[in-house]
Ligand binder design. Structure first.
Ligand code: HBI
Ligand code: FE
Length: 285
């Protein structure tokens, strides 16, 4: 499909890793749990143990609480079992996908409280960096927060917003919102800044960098500022945006964005490392 060429070219890999030949119209496949090898389960345990050790003092408590509910430390999880537990908590289910799916399909899943989780696991050579999201990024990074009712509601609204945004040309702006919150978001807590973004929490190095490096900016979340800010896909982020809590994220992304899209389409985006005069930001010396 044209989508596969487009995403393959975006990911620069020339072809996507996953096997899309058995995917249905929503790009859903079956998770063949018996096909995972003992080496893959061992690699999962190794990735899980490395990340879990880094979470205390760096990951938001709400993420740590959700991860504990998944009981996924011993091996690659079974999506159908997790879906039962998750559905009972917040009405979400997991759907197995071969990898990246078209934006429209992705938004349709989120709008229906279905979270797409890639079925394949990276190789040992990709422990520190992987181009396309694999099962470890999607499951370990994204699924724990789906147990939180406010985040669960926000993500469904985000999916609905995506479907509305597409005909309005708002997709690039929503992609930035997704990137700077769901993937690389920070939260202000009484103990200091904490990470909640999946791209941070599933990464070995960025979980430290995002909180302690003096290099990146850490700026108070403002939805229009986020939608106007470019992001990096091939390196640690130059900017992180900080929310107070998921209520703020939910409230600030509830309005109809049409007027914001109209304004942004007339303005040049900010480079990823911008710091504007007077905007609230956190300094790390
Ligand atoms: N597909 N499987 C999958 N996972 C994603 O996170 C994903 C996607 N397709 C598109 C996409 N993310 C981004 O473009 C979102 O901003 C829509
Ligand atoms: Fe992701």
């Amino acid at each position: 499909a044209a989508f596969l060429e487009a995403v393959a070219e975006k990911s620069g890999s020339g072809a996507l890793r996953g096997d899309y030949t058995h995917a249905d119209a929503q790009y859903v496949v079956r998770q063949d749990w018996n096909a995972y090898t003992p080496d893959e389960h061992a690699l999962w345990r190794r990735l899980y143990a490395r990340q879990a050790k880094l979470l205390p003092g760096r990951a938001a408590d709400v993420y740590i609480e959700g991860l504990a509910k998944l009981e996924a430390e011993d091996g690659i999880p079974r999506f159908d079992q997790v879906s039962e537990k998750l559905h009972a908590a917040t009405g979400w289910r997991l759907v197995a996908v071969p990898g990246l799916v078209p934006d429209q399909t992705f938004f349709e899943h989120l709008a229906a409280r279905r979270f797409p989780v890639t079925v394949w696991l990276r190789t040992p050579a990709e422990v520190d960096y992987i181009v396309e999201p694999d099962i470890f990024h999607d499951f370990f990074g994204h699924v724990p927060l789906l147990f939180n009712p406010v985040f669960a509601d926000h993500l469904q609204e985000y999916g609905k917003g995506g479907l509305k945004a597409m005909p309005l040309g708002g997709l690039p702006y929503l992609a930035r919102l997704y990137w700077y919150t769901i993937e690389f978001g920070l939260m202000e807590t009484a103990q200091g800044l904490r990470a909640y973004g999946a791209g941070i929490l599933s990464s070995g190095g960025e979980i430290e960098h995002c909180l302690t490096s003096p290099k990146p900016r850490r700026i108070a979340f403002d939805v229009e500022r986020v939608m106007r800010t470019l992001y990096r896909i091939d390196d640690y982020q130059d900017t992180y945006f900080v929310i107070r809590d998921f209520e703020q994220l939910f409230q600030e992304t509830a309005p109809d964005f049409t007027p914001i899209y109209a304004r942004l389409s007339q303005q040049a985006p900010y480079p990823a490392n911008t710091l504007l005069p007077g905007e609230k930001h956190w300094k790390v010396d």
